[in-house]
Write a protein that binds this ligand. Structure first.
Ligand code: GAP
Length: 470
């Protein structure tokens, strides 16, 4: 894979936005994302989606579902519980292995992930588990240069209790990945959907990880959403299935507007593979804080079904009617983050430009992802007939798409506000509209305006939207 090599400054396209603060501030100001429980001072690594953010994230999830379930004859959906039988996580290897190496500063008490300390990014798994590593490398606290403890493995799973009594016997976990809900339902889904291999099961849902060092806004959170698809195949075909999914998953981000130069593949070194993976390739994005994982594609072999079969004594084998063979299917997984994808689309859509000597901020979302598809704006809010026509048009549009009415500023400012939240089309109704029954449609990107019959506004918007969907 040519793109796995480190990027040099010459071929690094740079981020879409110079600083992360620009996105954080826009998100707060315009109602995309807020700190959770803010009036209580917030809670670290949990974020809430505001009126625009929830629309964006829902649109991202819908676009993923369309590509991964609706448009495919070989993939079906599932919505499994967040809490599962605790034994699932023992079998899956998460209780024993789903941990990060933690070191603690004995003066400031801050805790760090060892592999995120300066100079430790490329340590092998064996080195990260070596109790002498801190001493050998002379590592110090990056904040106050205090002494650091030897690394200990910190399990990332959140625990809680099931039922009215808190005792050891009823501890359960909040799932750290949605995938296991798919594996334990493999037989139920295959039998009821009567699917033959190869076929996939897709799921979107919350996952929880008690990350040691969350951060970079919604990039790494403790509560987040995953969009995962598990593709069950004959073992001999897993490698080619992996190659099949890689370009398709990258293309999905491009289809919805991510700049191709800001995407790349990176293959995991053997010593950084997760406990279940035979091979892993990340789709990475050039975030303002560097190239980082956006989605993981994993060849999980028969690790999951094999172990669940062994632990439960329930057969998870597949009988292939064509060859009359019986085998435990191998799994190729595509695992994306709902929040990370929405964050990426938001960052990549951001642009600033100068229009007639003034700065114009635009979120150039693909129309499918834009929170509002259309804004209906009166030129004069004091003219009741204009306002009435605006509301009638908005109500009609809102039967099919997200449409908003706004009259809280002059028209120029209203346009700029809609540009800044990524609304692809604005419709303005003015005094002439009362005479000629026409309205103006303004395009967010070109700022071109066309005058059309009011009755044509909805068909035109719907046609443009269908085109954006591709
Ligand atoms: N089932 C495989 C799995 O969970 P992963 O690479 O650990 O693989 C998959 O996670 C995706 O989930 C990541 O690529 C990322 O998009 C998202 N993700 C993981 N941890 C996250 C976190 N703490 N905050 C936000 N998104 C996260």
């Amino acid at each position: 894979m040519t793109e796995a090599k480190p990027t040099t400054p010459a071929d690094d396209p740079g981020p879409s936005v110079a600083s992360l603060e620009t996105i954080v501030s826009l998100s707060k100001r315009r109602g995309f994302i807020f700190p959770s429980s803010e009036i209580y001072g917030g809670i670290n690594a949990v974020w809430d989606y505001g009126p625009l953010g929830v629309e964006l994230k829902n649109n991202v999830k819908r676009a993923w579902w369309r590509a991964m379930v609706q448009e495919r004859d070989d993939i079906v959906g599932l919505d499994a519980g967040i809490i599962m039988a605790p034994q699932v996580w023992v079998t899956s290897g998460h209780v024993a292995n789903f941990s990060d190496p933690l070191v603690e500063c004995s003066t400031c008490r801050r805790r760090f992930r060892l592999d995120e300390l300066p100079g430790c990014e490329n340590l092998t798994t064996t080195e990260l588990r070596d109790p002498t590593i801190v001493e050998r490398l002379g590592l110090k606290c990056p904040v106050d240069a205090g002494p650091l403890s030897a690394p200990r493995q910190f399990n990332l799973m959140f625990k809680t209790h099931m039922g009215p009594v808190e005792e050891d016997g009823n501890e359960v976990y909040l799932r750290p990945e949605t995938a296991q809900g798919i594996y334990v339902n493999f037989r139920n889904v295959r039998e009821t959907s009567r699917k033959k291999l190869p076929f996939g099961i897709a799921q979107i849902g919350k996952a929880f990880r008690n990350e040691i060092s969350p951060g970079n806004f919604v990039f790494r959170m403790r509560e987040f959403e995953q969009m995962e698809m598990q593709y069950f195949v004959k073992p001999a075909t897993a490698a080619e299935t992996f190659e099949y999914w890689m370009p398709r998953r990258r293309a999905w981000y491009e289809r919805y507007g991510v700049t191709p130069e800001r995407l790349r593949f990176r293959e995991h070194r053997p010593d950084e593979l997760a406990h279940y993976a035979k091979k892993a390739v990340d789709v990475e994005y050039r975030f303002p804080f560097g190239w980082k994982e956006l989605e993981g594609i994993h060849n999980r072999g028969d690790w999951d079904l094999g172990r669940h079969q062994q632990a439960t004594g329930e057969s998870l084998e597949y009988f292939d009617p064509a060859t009359e063979e019986k085998y435990v299917p191998w799994i190729v997984e595509t695992s994306a983050g709902g929040d990370r994808a929405a964050f990426t689309f938001l960052i990549d859509a951001y642009r600033e430009e100068e229009v007639r000597g003034e700065k114009r901020v635009v979120l150039g979302f693909n129309a499918e992802l834009a929170p509002y598809k259309v804004a209906v704006l009166p030129l004069l809010k004091k003219r009741d007939e204009i306002v009435e026509k605006c509301h009638a048009l908005r109500d009609d549009l809102a039967k099919d798409i997200m449409a908003v009415y706004d009259d809280t500023a002059a028209i120029g400012k209203l346009y700029r506000r809609q540009d800044e939240i990524g609304t692809p089309w604005c419709v303005c109704i003015d005094v002439d509209s009362l005479e000629d029954g026409k309205a103006t449609i303004r395009d967010r990107d070109t700022m071109e305006q066309i005058r059309v019959d009011l009755s044509q506004v909805k068909p035109i918007v719907m046609e443009r939207l269908a085109k954006a969907r591709g």
